[in-house]
Design a protein around this ligand. Structure first.
Ligand SMILES: Cc1cc2nc3c(=O)[nH]c(=O)nc-3n(C[C@H](O)[C@H](O)[C@H](O)COP(=O)(O)OP(=O)(O)OC[C@H]3O[C@@H](n4cnc5c(N)ncnc54)[C@H](O)[C@@H]3O)c2cc1C
Length: 152
């Protein structure tokens, strides 16, 4: 393709999400929920082919953060303390806590969508280290894209 001769497409939208990696797919999934109710248009644009772009397309063998809040494995405070220690105190507690508060439910959602997560004989997720759980596939974002599309 000649870089001086890109086709220009005009799209009217209320919310523009740039990039199509896990962060953008998550934002689009959440936005679609609220946008549909309020009749707003959400557009996600990636510079590459959505199904193959982004870091997750390179491979994924684990989910690097899972707290296990419902089993009492860790608390939000544990994670905030861990991050603050790791970053030598330079972290916003409220932002870190917000990630910690929501991450387990995102993992449960991926499992519901069909992401195989390793389990032990008692049916608990298999940890490698304190915060990481193991998964059996690289299909994470493909599933996310499928559900975004299914939300229109
Ligand atoms: C080899 C590898 C293995 C990994 N393994 C694991 C793992 O096992 N467990 C784990 O939890 N994490 C893992 N990670 C980390 C994890 O994959 C990333 O942290 C995460 O996917 C980052 O998502 P993101 O949406 O922030 O960014 P990205 O996935 O990098 O997405 C950015 C997107 O933006 C698009 N883009 C860039 N510039 C523009 C532009 N100007 N206009 C439009 N679009 C643009 C790109 O095409 C891309 O699709 C791994 C990463 C790598 C590279």
């Amino acid at each position: 393709m000649n870089p001086d001769n890109f086709e220009t497409i005009h799209i009217e939208t209320d919310l523009l999400i740039l990039g199509g990696g896990m962060a953008a797919c998550g934002a689009a999934f959440e936005a679609a929920y609220w946008a549909k109710k309020n009749n707003l248009r959400v557009t996600l644009v990636d510079k590459a082919a959505m199904e193959r772009s982004g870091a997750v397309a390179m491979g994924l063998s684990a989910i690097n953060l899972y707290l296990g809040l419902k089993n009492g494995k860790n608390s939000v405070e544990d994670y905030v303390n861990y991050v603050k220690t790791d970053l030598m105190g330079i972290a916003r507690d409220d932002l870190v806590a917000n990630i910690a508060r929501h991450v387990d439910s995102s993992v449960h959602l991926f499992e519901k969508w069909g992401l195989p997560i390793w389990k032990d004989d008692e049916g608990n997720y298999v940890n490698e280290g304190r915060w990481q759980i193991m998964v059996s596939t690289v299909q994470l974002r493909g599933k996310c894209i499928f559900y975004i599309k299914s939300r229109g």
